[in-house]
Design a protein around this ligand. Structure first.
Ligand code: FEO
Ligand code: CA
Ligand code: CA
Length: 647
């Protein structure tokens, strides 16, 4: 099939826009972190250089071809809503949220899986042709630039065993395969008819990519001995992608799915000497010393690390998928490193090199970026196809800067290359990439408070990262300023010279999440000055800009509504003005869910997000209500007057 993507889907240069100029002026004048109480000093803005917008744009929102200029009025136009603890979705007044494509939705009208029973009785063959579980990262690929027809591509991160199976456990080979088939990615043709979005059942584009789908390892580590198994002595052919968390997309029309907690699928049935033979690499990435809850190791040799010690090395990558070619083999891009990948956000440098920002979601792990060797050429599919196979991977060091305690500073990008003398203990570039974490350890990268989503401002190209929380934070620094961090923060940085390929940057904390509704022993737990009793939240996770530069923040945190989390309710989505730093609550999800993934149609009038694992603790029946099993699902959000989301 050909790519029905036209130039309207590709990034354009909005730098001459009047609104943008105003944003830049305010940004220069108003940067810096303001503490709510007398802790530390109000910082002086660290930006002195003028800013130049240069196209690119790595937000997880599509950059439309001028069809939606940034807002002329205030960036945040909606009325904030209160917290909620109900088993429902609440959204700002004047907006409507409807459910689309929940777990189990059939993608085809005949054959296995054509009907969803809803009691967990479907078999593996049925699940392979239905929507998977635990919707996460998502992207809308417009068909011919349309805002009413496109491909929704989304991740299915993991499964809720208690709902996936009638008896709540994996206890057969078919169960294990069903579980694998509920993982991965869905490519779903969607269309809006008479105002209502629906799945185009039987579309030739509809596709499930699962934990069993053949994919190819590419890039510097492909074929290396570390990636060879008895089933695949070539070290290039892998079955499946697992624990697909956040996502990215490229300007050449591909989807990036990010393998996160892959370690949880690998165990061993030989528990007589648990842990005795896990090597340092398995320990660093957290493979189980014994059995796992999904029991794959019991049904497949490849998931037993004592039998196939290299199989786990074939997971933890970013996988590139062509959503418009149902026959295309997904490619695991080893040049981008092997970590617990959260998501991926790109920027295009002035010389055309592609930069991809990434986080490793583990307490005290790192932030990375990849800089391609080749250059992006708009419209040149052959040139762009394998840009992610060759380049340099860097890990970030966040320094405190001139002043400690002001929550801003400087940073450096440290190269993870065989030429780096600090990595002489690694045998090759492939070794560095397979053991990315250990290489980053050796370079002295800054351990962060669990890096989650990264996003790039579509005009200023500032990069924002959510650091969700870190109960294991013992030693603080300016970017991670609280021990036992229960609320999380968002850090942002600007590359030197506004060049995404630069080796240095300046950073500050955009928001220190907190809870000012309760008495706090540590004043920092009230949060930064832009956290109020009206917008309090914990554990920022999903993150993305829209075309106009609104920053959308999603939470995957503690929803107990008690103690540290009193008055914070269910997980939620908020929206921030990156200049004024104002944050407003836009939406609240149902009981025991997380809110994750976001993408807009090119006209910015439809927003798709995902509700993941409602009722993970057994207390939700969302969305059907009654006694139904809860289901992860996509939410379609529109403004009742047909306007742009966020206005
Ligand atoms: Fe799958 Fe780090 O969230
Ligand atoms: Ca500092
Ligand atoms: Ca996440």
């Amino acid at each position: 099939m050909t790519h029905p993507i036209d130039s309207e889907d590709l990034p354009t240069n909005p730098s001459h826009n009047e609104h943008f100029q105003r944003v830049v002026e305010r940004a220069v004048n108003r940067r810096g972190f303001l503490l709510k109480t007398g802790v530390g000093a109000a910082a002086v803005g660290f930006l002195s250089a003028g800013l130049t917008g240069c196209g690119g744009g790595g937000s997880d929102a599509p950059v439309a071809g001028g069809s939606t200029p940034p807002a002329a009025g205030p960036l945040l136009g909606f009325t904030a809503i209160p917290t909620d603890t109900g088993d429902r979705v609440t959204v700002a007044p004047g907006y409507t949220a409807t459910v689309l494509a929940p777990w189990g939705t059939p993608l085809f009208s005949t054959g296995p899986g054509a009907t969803w029973v809803g009691d967990g009785s479907e078999d593996a063959a049925a699940q392979a042709r239905q929507m998977g579980d635990n919707h996460d990262g998502i992207h809308y690929f417009a068909i011919n630039g349309k805002s009413d027809e496109g491909l929704l591509v989304m991740n299915h991160e993991y499964t809720n065993l208690q709902y996936l199976f009638t008896n709540g456990v994996v206890d057969s080979l078919d169960d294990a395969n069903k579980d694998l088939n509920a993982h991965g990615v869905a490519v779903v043709h969607v269309k809006r008819t008479a105002g209502t979005w629906a799945v185009v059942v039987d579309s030739a584009y509809n596709r499930r990519i699962t934990g069993n789908t053949l994919m190819q390892l590419t890039g510097p580590a492909a074929g290396d001995a570390l990636l060879q198994t008895s089933a695949d002595p070539t070290g290039t052919a892998v079955f499946g992608t697992l624990n697909n968390c956040g996502n990215g997309w490229t300007p050449w029309g591909t989807y990036l799915t990010c393998e996160e907690n892959f370690n949880q699928y690998f165990g061993t049935t030989n528990t007589a000497n648990p842990g005795q033979t896990r090597d340092a690499n398995m320990v660093r990435y957290g493979l189980s010393s014994g059995t796992t809850s999904r029991k794959y190791e019991q049904y497949f040799d490849r998931f037993d690390w004592q039998k196939e010690p290299n199989e786990a090395n074939r997971f933890g990558w970013i996988v590139e998928i062509d959503p418009f070619d149902v026959n295309a083999t997904p490619k695991k891009r080893t040049a981008l490193g092997r970590i617990k990948h959260e998501n991926a956000a790109y920027a295009i440098a002035a010389d055309g090199r592609v930069v991809v920002y990434m986080g490793d979601d583990q307490a005290n792990d790192y932030v990375y970026k990849f800089v391609s060797t080749g250059r992006y050429i708009a419209g040149d599919i052959v040139n762009n196809r394998n840009l992610l196979d060759s380049g340099t991977l860097y890990v970030a060091k966040f320094n405190d800067g001139a002043t400690t305690g002001d929550m801003m500073g400087t940073g450096e990008w440290l190269p993870l290359t065989a030429a780096n003398p600090a990595l002489s203990a690694f045998s090759s570039q492939a070794d560095i990439l397979v053991r990315t974490r250990q290489a980053a350890d050796a370079l002295g990268a800054t351990p962060m408070d669990r890096p989650e989503w990264v996003t790039v401002h579509p005009q200023t190209r500032e990069v924002y990262v959510t650091l969700t929380n870190n109960s294991g934070r013992a030693t603080t620094n300016d970017a991670n300023p609280r021990t036992g961090n229960v609320y999380g923060q968002i850090v942002r940085w600007r590359e030197a010279g506004n060049d995404p390929t630069a080796l240095t940057f300046e950073w500050d904390i955009f928001v220190l999440a907190g809870n000012p509704t309760i008495a706090q022993a540590n004043p920092l737990n009230n949060g930064s000055s832009n956290v109020t009793v009206d917008n309090t939240f914990n554990s920022p996770d999903g993150l993305g800009f829209d075309n106009a530069g609104r920053l959308w923040i999603q939470t995957d945190g503690n929803y107990s509504n008690t103690g540290n989390y009193a008055n914070q309710g269910n997980n939620q989505m908020l929206c921030a003005d990156p200049v004024t730093k104002e944050i407003r609550r836009f939406l609240v999800g149902p009981v025991e869910c997380e809110v994750t993934g976001l993408t807009f149609t090119p006209d910015s009038k439809t927003l798709f997000i995902n509700i993941q694992h409602p009722g993970e603790g057994g207390n939700s029946h969302w969305p059907a209500g009654g006694t139904a099993r809860p289901r992860s699902a996509t939410l379609v959000i529109t403004k009742n007057d047909g306007g742009v989301i966020g206005t």
